[in-house]
Design a protein around this ligand. Structure first.
Ligand code: RET
Length: 283
């Protein structure tokens, strides 16, 4: 009897349909789903290669501001490696019972909540690197990063809410509102700064890549098993994994290649006050 052997599990289940499977059981389920497992390991391999490549590309970077862009960009595949190991090992995956109203109501759905958690670490690094490239001031940099973290944390809340289907979507909409603030700075504020900093050519390429790919994430969330359940778990996971390849490794490669070749321009774009003895500009 579950009640007598593992009373804590009964409590968890009653409290909102949280995972009943142990970590080894989740791990086994992940391994049985070959496509899902591959979507994790493909990214672990690419993230590992990216780390090595980026360290090599940064070997001659001497300017401190360019080095800061390198370090923050290098964090992206490093976080990714950890994130995907967490998923592949079953550590950051749970089976959650979907509430009434959901297409798979009452079923235990595989939820890759570790993705949302680690996005809160990797996406600020992407934005920090982009902001430094654009010559952003500290206020815009801080604003975009906290809005971005807000987006990831409320996205996590949307995925983990099992009490009410409606409230899952309320969290989703709050996350979209944070996303809108991120987009505003990316599309309206930073292009102007990048023009002044003379980094607008590369900034615009990276901005377009970022905006186009980042839109894919809420779309996959909505279509995947956590939202309308139109796509299978493995397809959703591949969707995120492919978006990650573009939004992280391709993005980082293009950025670092440019920065390594244009350190002189980067060293002149010191408008944030970071590493410049607190020097700031008034817009
Ligand atoms: C969620 C669901 C809720 C609504 C919105 C979302 C946006 C997620 C984004 C993620 C970007 C992730 C990246 C990761 C790289 O490591 C949380 C899916 C708006 C934009 C680029």
């Amino acid at each position: 009897m579950i009640e007598t052997v593992t009373p804590e599990i009964v409590t968890i289940t009653q409290a909102g349909g949280a995972a009943e499977l142990s970590q080894p059981e989740v791990y086994q389920r992940v391994r049985q789903n070959i496509s899902l497992n591959l979507s994790f390991w493909a990214n672990i391999g690419l993230a590992g290669l990216s780390v090595l490549l980026f360290v090599y590309m940064g070997r001659n970077v001497k300017d401190s501001r360019s080095q800061l862009i390198f370090v923050s960009t290098l964090m992206v595949p490093l976080v990714s490696l950890s994130s995907y190991l967490g998923l592949a090992s079953g550590l950051t995956i749970s089976f959650l019972e979907m509430p009434a109203g959901h297409a798979l109501a009452g079923e235990q759905i595989l939820t890759m909540w570790g993705r949302y958690l680690t996005w809160a670490l990797s996406t600020p690094m992407i934005l920090l690197a982009l902001g430094l490239l654009a010559g952003s001031n500290l206020t815009k940099l801080f604003t975009i990063i906290v809005m971005d973290i807000g987006m990831c944390v409320t996205g996590l809340a949307a995925a983990l809410t099992t009490s009410s289907y409606g409230l899952r979507w309320v969290w989703y909409l709050i996350s979209c509102a944070f996303f809108a603030a991120v987009l505003y700075i990316l599309l309206v504020e930073w292009p102007k700064d990048a023009e002044v900093a003379d980094t607008d050519d590369i900034f615009n390429v990276l901005r377009n890549l970022t905006v186009a790919l980042w839109f894919g994430y809420p779309i996959f969330w909505a279509l995947g098993s956590e939202g309308f359940a139109v796509l299978s778990v493995a397809t959703t996971s591949w969707g995120y994994s492919l978006l990650d390849i573009g939004a992280k490794y391709v993005f980082a490669f293009l950025l670092l290649r440019w920065v390594a070749a244009h350190q002189g321009i980067i060293s002149k774009t010191a408008t944030t006050g970071i590493g410049t003895g607190g020097r700031t500009t008034v817009d």
